[in-house]
Design a protein. Structure first.
Length: 135
């Protein structure tokens, strides 16, 4: 496992860009990392160094691109394989991950440090009050 106090870890990967890209017709938050190969079960730590674009929506899916190539992206999931959404990520945080590869298809599995995703139920804070009716 990663040593969380190690600032010079060779497995630490810094993002080179964060953007919203249409992937298969779906707007996706794409985190680009430097060109390299990832092996099955490889571990590392991803650090998002750029701001999350304001155009990213709460439930927008997240993917990783490698070396600036956004025609092939790799989905990002939680440790229980649920899709990671844009609202769960923060800038300048370290996200331990492992890569899962099956043939030529791969995913990045975030192991911990995800923020709680907001509930998608509609609501209002503060609760509006009903004006008193005169009688």
């Amino acid at each position: 496992m990663c040593n969380i106090s190690c600032n010079e870890c060779p497995r630490k990967i810094y993002s080179t860009s964060v953007s919203v890209v249409a992937v298969g017709g779906v707007d996706t938050l794409v985190i680009d990392v430097p060109q390299q190969s990832f092996n099955n079960r490889q571990r590392g730590c991803l650090v998002i160094t750029q701001a999350i674009p304001e155009t990213a929506t709460i439930n927008m899916p997240v993917a990783v691109s490698i070396g600036g190539v956004t025609t092939t992206v790799y989905n990002v999931v939680t440790c229980n394989c649920a899709p990671v959404t844009a609202c769960q990520l923060r800038t300048r945080r370290r996200y331990p991950f492992t890569v899962q590869v099956n043939g030529t298809v791969g995913i990045f599995k975030i192991l911990k440090n995800l923020s709680c995703a907001p509930c998608s139920n509609d609501g209002v804070i503060p609760v509006p009050t009903t004006p008193a009716t005169g009688g």
